[in-house]
Design a protein around this ligand. Structure first.
Ligand SMILES: Cc1cc2nc3c(=O)[nH]c(=O)nc-3n(C[C@H](O)[C@H](O)[C@H](O)COP(=O)(O)O)c2cc1C
Length: 339
């Protein structure tokens, strides 16, 4: 097979020996137990997932509120490059048409925020895809297993973005790994090889990195957002419900600088953004995080970031992030095994 015709996920530069194979890598068909998180639309562009997969890891497309037609085109583009990826959808605002497209075209569909619904999982399976749920407790993990999920993502309180709450990663892995007999992907606060090694050593089948990939060259992160991420230290995030003006209050982790800037901003509207086919205003304390099309007071928008933000030190190609993290984690695990 020539390099041009080879699927991206089988690109020859991937060094499979850097990290152990796990039940996660075998299930989803990637070389490395590392996953790029669906870090919102349009930051988690198809180009980001494709680049991550080409480097041997697993990519995720954030498709929450994406129209069915746009999603279909994105999945056609991805399918021509790799099958080592999945689609993330919020069950709370599930567009049935987009869900059908995801189930039919993507190799994996992940649901978050929503009650167990075996009919959704059956539909994903009947279309030939793997079904995944994001969980924040052992009880949720058990329900996901009963519902028929093939794997779960255990999302801890250190994670960037919106969640329902949760606990720290190690106690979460402890109870979820005991509760279910499924591959578990650990998510939250991991931006380096150290965190990946720690989660794998604790028994995770894969480790999800979100905030770190916002600084990938392929991510469509707004430059002002990127500057704030690069300047932030590990301790510079805050768990808040403040950015909930458009809906019911729900917890989320953002850069503390964004919370402070929005708090002192005088005015109803902080800017504008072109998103989901329309130009619309971004209200102060709106949940919308700035896409690359945003204008206005970027520093006062919902700048989601996990406690992993301390590992965001430079803008790099996504493949370089994967290689760096995998190499560092592999060295640590080998050192541990050698005693
Ligand atoms: C900017 C941003 C947007 C996010 N959007 C989503 C999303 O649309 N769906 C989702 O399931 N998780 C979303 N997340 C959470 C990630 O899936 C993941 O749990 C989190 O990034 C892991 O923590 P970390 O950022 O410290 O790596 C988002 C995270 C960030 C930072």
């Amino acid at each position: 097979m020539s390099d041009e015709s080879r699927p991206a996920s089988e690109a020859p530069h991937v060094d499979d020996a850097r990290l152990p194979k796990t039940e996660f890598t075998r299930l989803v068909g990637c070389a490395l137990p590392i996953q790029q998180a669906p870090v919102g639309y349009p930051a988690a562009d198809p180009a980001l997932a494709a680049a991550v997969a080409a480097a041997g890891a697993h990519g995720m497309l954030a498709a929450v509120r994406m129209a069915a037609e746009e999603l279909s085109e994105a999945l056609d583009a991805l399918n021509s490059q790799t099958r080592a990826y999945g689609v993330n959808l919020s069950q709370a605002i599930l567009d049935q048409e987009a869900f059908e497209v995801a189930a039919e075209k993507a190799p994996l569909v992940e649901l978050y925020i929503g009650e167990p619904d075996p009919t959704l999982i059956e539909r994903i399976h009947s279309a030939g895809a793997l079904a995944c749920r994001q969980v924040i407790s052992a009880d949720e993990a058990r329900l996901a297993q009963e519902e028929g999920c093939d794997l779960v993502v255990a999302r801890s309180i250190e994670a960037g973005g919106r969640a329902k709450g949760g606990v720290g990663m190690i106690p979460l892995l402890d109870c979820v790994l005991e509760a279910v007999d499924l591959p578990v992907v650990a998510a939250g606060g991991v931006g380096s090889g150290r965190g990946v090694a720690a989660a794998l050593a604790a028994g995770a089948g894969g480790v999800r990195l979100g905030t770190r990939f916002l600084a990938a060259e392929e991510a469509r992160t707004h430059p002002g957002y990127l500057d704030a991420l690069l300047a932030a230290r590990t301790e510079d995030t805050a768990l808040t419900e403040a950015f909930s003006v458009d809906g019911p209050p729900s917890p989320h982790r953002v850069l503390r600088s964004a919370l402070e800037a929005a708090s002192v901003y005088e005015g109803e509207v902080v800017g504008e953004m072109h998103i989901f086919g329309e130009r619309r205003q971004v209200r102060r304390f709106s949940a919308d995080n700035p896409a690359d099309t945003a204008t206005g007071r970027i520093e006062a928008m919902a700048l989601y970031a996990g406690e992993s933000v301390g590992s965001v030190r430079e803008v790099q190609p996504a493949g370089e992030i994967v290689a760096e993290v995998a190499t560092e984690a592999g060295e640590l695990l080998r050192r541990l095994a050698a005693g």
